[in-house]
Design a binder for this molecule. Sequence first.
Ligand SMILES: Cc1ncc(COP(=O)(O)O)c(C=O)c1O
Length: 490
Amino acid sequence: MPSPAPPADRYPARAPAPAPELALAATVVDGLPGGAASVSRPILARQAARESAARTYARHLPIVPVRAQGAWITGADGRDYLDCLSGAGTLALGHNHPVVLSAIRAVLDSGAPLHVLDLATPVKDDFTSALLEVLPPELAADCRIHFAGPTGADAVEAAVKLARAATGRRGLFAFTGAYHGMTAGALALTGANAVREPAVAGDPFLTRLPFPHPYRCPFGLGGAVGEAASAAYVRTLIEDPQSGASLPAAVVVEPVQGEGGVVPAPDGWLRSLRSLTSEHGVPLIADEVQTGFGRTGALFGVDHAGVVPDVMVLSKAVGGGLPLAVVVYRASLDRWAEGAHTGTFRGNQLAMAAGAATIRHIVAEGLVRRASDLGDLLIGRLTRYQAHHALLGQVRGRGLMIGMEIVDAHAEPDASGALPAAPAAARRLRAELLSRGVIAELGGRHDAVLRLLPPLTLGDDEAEHLLAVLGRALDVVAEDRDAVREVARV
Ligand SMILES: Cc1ncc(COP(=O)(O)O)c(C=O)c1O
């Protein structure tokens, strides 16, 4: 039976005119801080009604940003929020940094084209110069840059195609806990079963390897012994003629797993991966989408271990807050054909100008060192919180990429001493922080790791404010018996 025609008034032929509240939001906040909850509520309600069920941050952070400066966002509710998410690690210099804004304005005022596919422009030329100045010198000395579609996932896809074209091999090695993006190929490399399985994403030539984890060791061994076991296992797969795994086209690794729960690759382990891949002529792809440009307290995540990869995937901070993604690789690998990885939006001039300004400012202002020092301070102080807050199973990270593993302190530890994840307590912590004006997100196994990704420009007073708010929020969550007892074993 044919379905009845929808009533005309319910399904208008044209999109409705924007609601007046949308335009009102900024005005109300400008004039009336604190009194504008009535503006944000209907916008959030319309978002919930109109946008996809797959929306993410919007579900947990019900705020309507209307202005932002540095580490702060002002919501349409008139409240200020300390932004420790920074566009998922994109905004190295925080919101609306003057050097970024003036770089963007300079392009706009110059009359230059905003979009040029992958044609050469002075703006692009300047961006590639800025990038080459900061790349590991060994790579910069003889590399090629490929502009991908402007997302990390697309750049990961490009890197994998490149490695396959250059080696003529098909296999890929990727790690447990990995996150490389949401397009089919990048998702195949990603560990999270909850998103990979429904998408039926997979790669028949992929081998999954255990990433060393300082709290939840995949071998149940922990520490240096667990790391050594992981390194030995990779070597076995490559060298044992009966390993069942062919020599791969590439090994893909994050120097610090971000979405996987802020898990730094141990330096010695990363070095062993580098020497093994070099020995066997396997390109090492470092996914620096999140770790690049000072985030971890080194210019690149691989720098901590003194490792130079064959391929680096860069996005997020590389565009200064605007969409941009590039793959940088040794020139010897440049053996793919014209059009091997193309895409329309590879010429965003505003992103290139913002990215060049961001890169130069990070270096000129010593923000890499700043991220390292401030990260040490935050991690040190948060680690001391463990004495009073038993639900902090582990505090870890590098620079301003920090994770706090939230656990059930009353449960039985497993054989290696790890307590079960407490995802409800982690969700409660995120909500408590938000109610106190701090934006942070969750990640890791069972979404039980609270992640902090503040801008590299975070001030000392802002860091103190963050620590104070975290302390109070942890106190409140510890009192919530129901939240603390809902556990998930890994
Ligand atoms: C390490 C890493 N790789 C790839 C991606 C995917 O980037 P995008 O979301 O821009 O596709 C992300 C995103 O968070 C990431 O953290």
